[in-house]
Write a protein that binds this ligand. Structure first.
Ligand SMILES: NC(=O)c1ccc[n+]([C@@H]2O[C@H](COP(=O)([O-])OP(=O)(O)OC[C@H]3O[C@@H](n4cnc5c(N)ncnc54)[C@H](OP(=O)(O)O)[C@@H]3O)[C@@H](O)[C@H]2O)c1
Length: 276
């Protein structure tokens, strides 16, 4: 599989999953615009990784909560690359900006989640499409459980925002099908080297042990390169008939049944999995 000659923009690729995606696209031959919000040095480090694998690109800054900054970002992509083949909508603001339960959350926090996900994706796709070449790829990063369930109370704003983003994927998929542009969402399971590593150590350990203990059948968390691999697959020529879908990339975590204790489900223990 090669993406040689393709141009990509990955929002939020200064670190975490976005960096894993940018590196994988570069390894496959694409040139990548590395977007950041505040951490320019991290974005430059990503760019160095792209160069180390024989590709290139440039770094650019924007707050995705501000439509005019998204427009400025795409204008820069146009002036640097001249065209675009892959747009990955990955950026997500710090958890503290939207983390509040449904009975107490204020409209400012709710808006923050919606603006950074649903509205940013709407504006981003509208800006991307005029410079996307036929057969292009649009991929949004979601967290599908947040929109499907109601138990993680302080995730209500982000859950609603990601659900809206997933709906937009389906509508854009139909709107852009005549140009053979595909639009899909990827829903990672909990992933190492991401927002996870910014959480208190005790919380990280609890999450790792939960998944290693059987709630991820493959017995471990994902990595940014696991998610990058999935994005690269969707960008391949062979994925040209896949559109409007939400792909869980989670070692089987989304297949688990929360109605039953693990002991009754008899999930075979993953080889080599152990508690932190
Ligand atoms: N981590 C997981 O386990 C997991 C699971 C499921 C889904 N996801 C999804 O995967 C995506 C990436 O998650 P992550 O954990 O890898 O993220 P992360 O490590 O927290 O990185 C967030 C990225 O978004 C950028 N960003 C933050 N606020 C921004 C703003 N206002 N405007 C523009 N960019 C902004 C950051 O830029 P700076 O570096 O400049 O601050 C950074 O590049 C998200 O969409 C998330 O919902 C993650």
């Amino acid at each position: 599989m090669t993406l040689r000659g393709k141009y990509a923009l990955v929002t939020g690729s200064s670190r975490g999953i976005g960096r894993g995606i940018a590196v994988k696209l570069a390894e496959s031959g694409a040139k990548v615009a590395v977007h950041y919000y505040q951490k320019e040095d991290h974005a430059k480090a990503t760019l160095e990784k792209l160069r180390a694998c024989g590709s290139d690109g440039f770094v650019l800054q924007a707050d995705v909560c501000k439509p005019e900054e998204i427009r400025r970002m795409f204008a820069r992509v146009k002036s640097e690359f001249g065209a675009l083949d892959i747009f990955v909508n990955n950026a997500r603001p710090e958890v503290a900006t939207f983390y509040e339960g449904p009975m107490t959350i204020g409209l400012d926090m709710f808006d923050f989640a919606i603006n950074s996900q649903a509205k940013a994706f709407l504006v981003g796709v509208q800006e991307a499409v005029p410079m996307l070449r036929d057969g292009g790829r649009i991929i949004a990063l979601t967290y599908a459980p947040g929109g499907r369930f109601g138990s993680w109370q302080p995730w209500v704003a982000m859950g609603a925002a990601k659900a809206a983003l997933e709906v937009l994927c389906r509508y854009f998929a139909v709107a852009l099908a005549s140009r053979q542009i595909t639009v899909n969402a990827i829903s990672p399971g909990w992933t190492e080297d991401s927002v996870l590593n910014t959480l208190p150590e005790a919380v990280q350990t609890m999450i790792r042990n939960w998944h290693r203990g059987g709630w991820t059948p493959m017995g471990k968390l994902g990595t940014p390169s696991d998610i990058g691999n999935a994005v690269a697959l969707l960008c391949s020529a062979e994925a040209n008939w896949i559109t409007g879908q939400i792909l869980d990339v989670d070692g089987g975590a989304s297949l688990m049944d929360a109605h039953l204790p693990l002991e009754i489900q008899q999930v075979p223990a993953a080889r080599g999995a152990q508690a932190a």
